[in-house]
Design a protein around this ligand. Structure first.
Ligand code: SUG
Length: 423
């Protein structure tokens, strides 16, 4: 069976705000405590899913992750005092923790897990590893819910093995690229470097080694890469901020990896020896588009998808419109790659202001069976689900939010009420 490229996104949650909480993420740091627009953010995310649906992509939608604000805050105060007072108290005592408790960072599903298809494993099962997200406390708070989602509702136990999160730093599929020639995958697993000057890295190579074993992947179809420390210091906190790829196309900034020239040769050679065909590798030179441009524009976070008819679609962040790099890329791709690629702009700018572009908002997997037997069909994105969720967002989400709004118990009750609409 031909693989069905399958995407998963969540609805961006109603408490969406700019907490400035994310390690090494210059967008999050520079928007710290600015006014946020949760309704706009959620509608942008939903429109991205609709665009993919309209292009015939197999898309799943998950409700926003739920946070039990009361337990988090009362737990912090050892259940002493009343919730209403403690809300205000935490805001004054520890603003970052307050923000972390209200974070809607589960929206960036690319970091939630890493899933590999049955064709790649010795036991012919799908495997999924929830990411530990240890680098940022506000993101770690979502891990249990990811485990529950994967084990109790989204995935079929008969086909999918769900592993425990690694005990090492792991930021999920954002640091993985799966190349292929239509069948088995060749994996690029990217992790951070130790010798950075400005920001610590967020992914430990040991997480990938563990995953390769647990998912029973063929070691001959795995390449480990290390992020260039200059890239991390420029704000490349995940590899999907500096490269993207799928099947026989790999697009990468010239300064993404340590020892890049040698590794690019290795990737090209390994691809040819695994599949007997050639990989198209496009390197974007630093001279036309430097690391700062890459981070500011989020060009490399464009979402590349394979459609049913084996044509490809690239959702490029709308803020890249007019940038020379897009013309450069389009001319290189049409010169070097034989497949058809449609390039479409997509506005998820509210999410990018927190460091999450089109590709960060989704997780994905190639499905080699009927997707309905692998995943719970409640989550299949349809026109009617689009209308239902758009209605909830339009009618109940706040237009504007500042962090101090969450000090009010009425606000917090309103968030809980919105969440109940998604069930
Ligand atoms: O972990 N931002 C997220 C963005 C994740 C982007 N994902 C990928 N590149 N795949 C992060 O840095 C900001 C939250 C805040 O500051 O309020 C945040 O968590």
């Amino acid at each position: 069976m031909k693989p069905i490229y399958t995407c998963f996104d969540t609805v961006i949650g109603p408490s969406y705000h700019y907490g400035g909480l994310a390690l090494g993420n210059t967008h999050s740091l520079s928007h710290k405590h600015q006014v946020s627009y949760p309704k706009k953010a959620a509608l942008q995310g939903l429109s991205k899913m609709k665009l993919l649906l309209d292009h015939g992509v197999n898309q799943y939608i998950l409700p926003p992750y739920k946070r039990d604000y009361k337990s988090l805050i009362q737990g912090y105060y050892d259940y002493q005092g009343d919730f209403e007072d403690n809300l205000k108290r935490l805001y004054d005592d520890n603003l970052n923790l307050f923000s972390a408790f209200f974070s809607a960072s589960s929206a960036w599903l690319a970091n939630a897990w890493t899933m590999t298809p049955s064709i790649d494993s010795v036991d012919c099962r799908y495997h999924v590893s929830p990411a530990s997200l240890q680098a940022c406390f506000h993101r770690q708070l979502d891990v249990d819910q990811t485990i529950t989602l994967l084990t109790k509702s989204l995935c079929s136990k008969s086909y999918v093995t769900c592993h425990h999160p690694a005990a090492f730093f792991d930021e999920g599929a954002a640091n993985m690229i799966r190349l292929s020639a239509g069948g088995k995958g060749l994996y690029l697993f990217v992790s951070g470097s130790f010798n950075t000057k400005r920001f610590e890295s967020r992914h430990d190579s040991r997480s990938w080694q563990l995953l390769v074993n647990q998912h029973q992947l063929d070691p001959d179809y795995v390449i480990y890469l290390t992020q260039h420390p200059d890239a991390i210091d420029a704000g490349v906190f995940h590899n999907d901020v500096i490269s993207f790829g799928l099947d026989d196309l790999l697009v990468v900034h010239e300064n993404a990896f340590v020892d890049q020239a040698n590794y690019c040769d290795t990737i090209l050679e390994t691809y040819s020896s695994c599949f007997g065909t050639d990989l198209t590798l496009i390197q974007i030179p630093d001279s036309i588009f430097n690391l700062k441009d890459a981070v500011n524009s989020y060009f490399f976070n464009s979402q590349l998808v394979r459609k049913h008819n084996d044509c490809y679609l690239l959702l490029v962040p709308s803020r890249c419109q007019g940038l020379p790099v897009v013309d450069y890329f389009i001319s290189e791709v049409s010169r070097q790659w034989e497949k058809q690629l449609d390039v479409v702009y997509c506005d998820v700018d509210e999410s990018i202001k927190n460091g999450g572009g089109p590709a960060c908002l989704r997780n994905s997997v190639d499905v080699f069976d009927d997707p309905n037997i692998i995943f719970d069909d409640h989550y299949i994105f349809t026109e009617s689900l689009y209308n239902r969720y758009a209605h909830v967002i339009n009618n109940y989400y706040f237009d504007k939010v500042v962090l101090s709004d969450f000090k009010l118990i009425e606000y917090v009750c309103h968030l809980d009420m919105i969440m109940s609409k998604f069930i």
